[in-house]
Design a protein around this ligand. Structure first.
Ligand code: HXC
Length: 535
């Protein structure tokens, strides 16, 4: 039996020796009574541990600053009847809720307790979550959900479904107002899966976390397909295939540590500037290392994350969706102390082309950064959009338009750095001047054009090449002419589409100066209900 948590509850009777004896006696009785009510089910806790999972309170201890947790609604319990549920009415109703701090900054939290009704959500459980969500919205604080739940509490029927609806509605109301983080540490079945889906960031732990709308039994009953919980909706599935999980971890400890790291990168709400630290002199930083990261040959692969490491303070950044749509990299980092969101093409994966999933991933990241005032730095090295029937039939036009839309509507400071090549529609989409970047920087080795020289020459000189006595010689001549006239950054710079052609070693300082220059950018948007982003 454990009484963990009860001693930390603020506002409980504090037994002081100077109180009158009768008062002390009463307070002691009540306090003991309260302790008895809050004990955990030892067998369920043992089972939780045997599954490699911590209890809800242990997780909150890892997540929050020591001693900072203030719990509310500890004594709440369900008022349901029927199906023998009224015989068992444990306190908390399977969710521990309240507020605490992370690095001294206030957050609101709720942690579902699988040891009580499998963490399932009934009316009282939902009402507690609604309460902390409302407080988070009212006080402009991030909300963090630790999910470990069998979904809607079956015995409570439609009241459980109503409870979920209340969570979803609040999540949408809070979207773009406060950061919402879901941490899936066990099952998150049925309705419980939509809440992480509506969050800004979703963490999952390998082996213990699963998310699906219908479990393996239903899948088998409906389609005959046999599948395990993990194969259906484990962390690897959502971290690499579906893109539902933004971060995947091997254990709860490193997962909750990374939640703290993410929070350290985010403002508490959309009216607060993102966290900024003391500038580290990046504006004068010359780094010869940049030039050796990017090969001059346009098709030679390299790792964009190495370039990001060179760009940010202390070489530290937090990559989001590291395992999904890896042909684009999205990450938070700091440049001269200030948090930025970075979007970079990844030449190491599918040559860095944009496709459906890369567009979705980058678009959602750009929209998050824009909603929370985080400046955007786009690192461009893109051969174009992925051609082919698979992409076209699956709607690459519609999905690519999401990224276009996201950049076009972003009003935060935006800097584009073209490090090697930028072709066609992908050049436009990757935060070109035409869609509103504030500052476009390019390395001198750069290629910007409608298409590569080979393709371009074949299209515009098709007749001449067909009629030529020596087509290869003519092609070589035309290729050289095309490259010399069009495929270099000065063509764009002469026309104001590139603001500066920079020495690669000055990339960090140029971006830091750009960010300083744009820090107070304000661009009001026209009054409207909301735009109609292509979904
Ligand atoms: C009530 C539940 C429950 C639920 C689990 N429990 N899920 N009680 N409602 N939804 C209880 C179990 O009865 C059990 O109680 C305890 O929690 C632990 O569950 P086990 O099954 O023993 O655990 P385990 O083997 O680890 O399996 C976990 C599980 C499984 C995979 C989550 O419990 C499961 O499949 N549950 C049902 C999932 C589901 O279909 N939920 C409804 C989704 S529909 P005892 O007393 O024995 O300890 C939904 C609609 C909302 O959510 C849609 C909104 C858009």
């Amino acid at each position: 039996m454990t009484t963990s948590g009860i001693d930390r509850v603020n506002g409980h009777p504090d037994i002081r020796p100077e109180l009158p004896p009768r008062t002390m006696e009463l307070l002691r009785e009540r306090n003991d009574d309260l302790r008895d009510r809050a004990v955990a089910n030892a067998e369920a806790v043992r089972r939780q541990r045997s599954l490699g999972k911590r209890t809800a309170r242990e997780r909150l201890d890892l997540l929050l600053d020591p001693g900072s947790f203030t719990e509310i609604d500890l004594y709440r319990r369900h008022q349901a009847h029927g199906l023998k549920v009224s015989e068992h009415r444990p306190h908390t109703d399977g969710v521990v809720a309240g507020s605490g701090t992370i690095d001294g900054r206030r957050v609101f939290v709720y942690a579902q307790d699988f040891t009580i009704f499998g963490g399932s959500l009934g009316q009282a459980h939902a009402a507690k979550i609604h309460k902390v969500m409302d407080m988070a919205i009212d006080t402009g604080s991030p909300i963090i959900a630790l999910n470990d739940s069998g979904g809607a509490r079956i015995q409570e029927g439609v009241m459980a479904l109503d409870g979920y609806g209340g969570i979803f509605r609040r999540q949408v109301e809070a979207s773009g107002v406060i950061p919402q983080i879901a941490v899936v540490l066990g099952p998150s079945a049925g309705g419980a899966a939509y809440s992480p889906a509506l969050a800004d960031f979703t963490f999952m732990v390998r082996g213990t976390a699963q998310m699906y709308l219908t479990g393996p039994d239903v899948v088998q009953a409906v389609s005959g397909e046999k599948v395990t919980h993990d194969e259906l909706g484990g962390a690897t599935v959502h971290g690499e295939l579906s893109g539902v999980a933004s971060f995947v971890h091997d254990d709860e400890e490193s997962c909750l540590e990374d939640v703290r790291y993410l929070v350290s990168m985010l403002p508490s709400n959309n009216l607060e500037p993102p966290p900024a630290y003391v500038p580290v002199g990046a504006v004068d930083d010359v780094r010869p290392g940049f030039a050796s990261i990017v090969p001059v040959e346009p098709n030679k692969p390299y790792d964009m994350r190495v370039l990001i490491e060179e760009l940010v303070d202390d070489g530290e950044f937090l990559e989001v969706h590291a395992g999904w749509a890896r042909n684009v990299v999205v990450a938070f980092g700091r440049i001269d102390g200030a948090v930025v969101g970075m979007v970079g093409n990844q030449p190491m994966v599918f040559a860095g082309v944009l496709d459906i999933e890369a567009s979705q991933k980058a678009a959602r990241f750009v929209r998050f950064c824009d909603a929370f005032g985080i400046p955007l730095v786009s690192l461009v090295d893109v051969p174009g959009f992925l051609p082919g029937t698979a992409q076209e039939h699956a709607g690459v036009i519609r999905h690519g338009a999401k990224l276009l839309y996201a950049y076009c509507e972003a009003t935060v400071p935006r800097i584009q750095v073209i490090v090697r090549k930028a072709y066609g529609g992908a050049y436009i989409v990757m935060d070109s001047r035409s869609i509103g970047t504030d500052l476009s920087l390019a390395w001198p080795t750069n290629e910007i054009a409608v298409m590569g020289a080979e393709g371009a020459v074949n299209v515009i000189f098709r007749k001449e090449l067909a009629a030529a006595a020596d087509p290869d010689a003519l092609r070589a001549e035309l290729l050289a002419e095309y490259s010399e006239q069009l495929v270099h950054p000065y063509y764009a710079a002469e026309r104001g589409l590139v603001d500066d052609v920079i020495d690669p070693s000055h990339t960090r300082s140029a971006v830091a100066r750009g960010l300083a220059m744009l820090r107070d950018k304000r661009r009001p948007t026209p009054a409207r209900k909301h735009g109609n982003v292509p979904l």
